[in-house]
Write a protein that binds this ligand. Structure first.
Ligand SMILES: Nc1ncnc2c1ncn2[C@@H]1O[C@H](COP(=O)(O)OP(=O)(O)O)[C@@H](O)[C@H]1O
Ligand SMILES: [Mg+2]
Length: 360
């Protein structure tokens, strides 16, 4: 029996249902998720073994440079990975309101079950509001439509709820805005409209994928503040994706640092900023320009770029850019994500000898 079979049996197979019911202290639990794009040139491993957990009401940050696999992780959670991508393996466990758990990774992307989850239990906001807002329908009609799909068929009640939501996200003059089209709103207001639409069915999890990246800093700060307020009010959890450490520091309780399709470090936000362990995280932190920091912040603190994970060799993804690279080790296997201190995990041979099992 080869090692991979033993590993699968001991870690993942023993009574899947029992495991799913045992620890429901999460809204979402992603386990060893792999999402690949099968291209003519080979297999692009956009997400290559991601683990992360979001507890109720918690804000979990996901940070990493462009190309780390953050968006594809989010797309996998909603089963909206574009073709030719697909979820290869792993679990995406969602706790339902009735206390049961389901594995989204096994759902049909076009099936009814996932459509009932999208927008109702898990909502998403994007960098570009026009990915979720239709240009040919008014703001009000779109929010009413979402409410009628998931909350109430009653038109009057749906309209009242929609107006209330438009008001709550801080859009002035809700009655007038209700009948306006997205293009009539400013960028910041469009972002608020998208948030209103995402929250109108009180999801238990909001996934925010760089929602403030295109906004100027003042509007960005307002939107972050708004999301925190609404989170308290609605009691939802947030998975916040960004490449901006300043934003993460502002909003997240816990941070997952992603690199080349894997989580390479995880800790509470305070701990991560105080005591970064992975050379990649250290590089990211060094690259923050600091006011009055005597020019110590270097924007090129990490040399090179994120490679494209096309047919990647079984090694540490950061090996080619790491100043602490150990030949014969970092390029020989994939280090495991190991808990070094309580709730502080790192995937690096400088800190642990453990490797991921080799699959046949
Ligand atoms: N639709 C797609 N087709 C092919 N490759 C893709 C597609 N979307 C993303 N990728 C690739 O997957 C990897 C991860 O991308 P992505 O999740 O968008 O990164 P991030 O959101 O962290 O910037 C990248 O190498 C990217 O080029
Ligand atoms: Mg992205």
């Amino acid at each position: 029996m080869n090692l991979s079979i033993v590993y699968n049996m001991t870690i993942f197979s023993p009574d899947r249902d029992a495991a799913m019911q045992s620890d429901l202290e999460y809204v979402l639990q992603v386990r060893d998720l792999k999402t690949y794009f099968h291209l003519p040139e080979g297999t692009l491993k956009a997400v290559d073994g991601v683990d992360l957990t979001v507890a109720p009401r918690q804000t979990v940050g996901v940070i990493g440079e462009s190309g780390s696999g953050k968006s594809v992780t989010a797309q996998s959670i909603l089963q909206i990975v574009p073709t030719p991508g697909s979820i290869e393996s792993g679990q995406i466990l969602l706790s339902r309101r009735d206390g049961s758990a389901i594995d989204i990774a096994r759902m049909n992307p076009r099936g009814r079950a996932i459509r009932e989850i999208r927008g109702a239990e898990i909502s998403m906001v994007f960098q570009e509001p026009m990915t979720s807002l239709s240009p040919v329908h008014t703001i009000g009609a779109q929010i009413v439509e979402a409410i009628r799909l998931h909350v109430t068929r009653d038109r009057r009640k749906a309209k009242d709820l929609a107006l209330d939501m438009i008001n709550r996200v801080g859009i002035s003059n809700p009655a007038q805005r209700f009948d306006e089209y997205p293009h009539q709103l400013s960028g910041g207001m469009r972002q608020r409209a998208m948030i209103a639409m995402a929250l109108c069915c009180s999801p238990s999890l909001l996934i925010a994928d760089e929602p403030t990246t295109a906004l100027d800093v003042t509007v960005q700060a307002q939107i972050l503040e708004l999301m925190k307020e609404l989170q308290d009010e609605f009691g939802m959890a947030i998975m916040y994706i960004t490449h901006d450490l300043g934003v993460i520091a502002e909003i997240a309780d816990e941070v997952n640092v992603m690199y080349l399709g894997r989580v390479v470090e995880r800790a509470s936000t305070v701990e991560l900023f105080k005591n970064p362990l992975h050379p990649y995280t250290q590089g990211l932190l060094k690259s923050i320009p600091r006011l009055g920091g005597r020019g110590r912040g270097r924007l090129d603190a990490i040399r090179g770029n994120v490679p494209v994970p096309m047919n990647p060799p079984p090694q540490c993804g950061f090996a080619g850019r790491c100043d602490d690279f150990i030949a014969g080790k970092c390029d020989a296997a994939v280090p495991s994500l190991v808990e070094l201190d309580q709730d502080h995990f790192v995937r690096c041979y400088l800190h642990s000898e453990d490797s991921e099992p080799v699959y046949a």
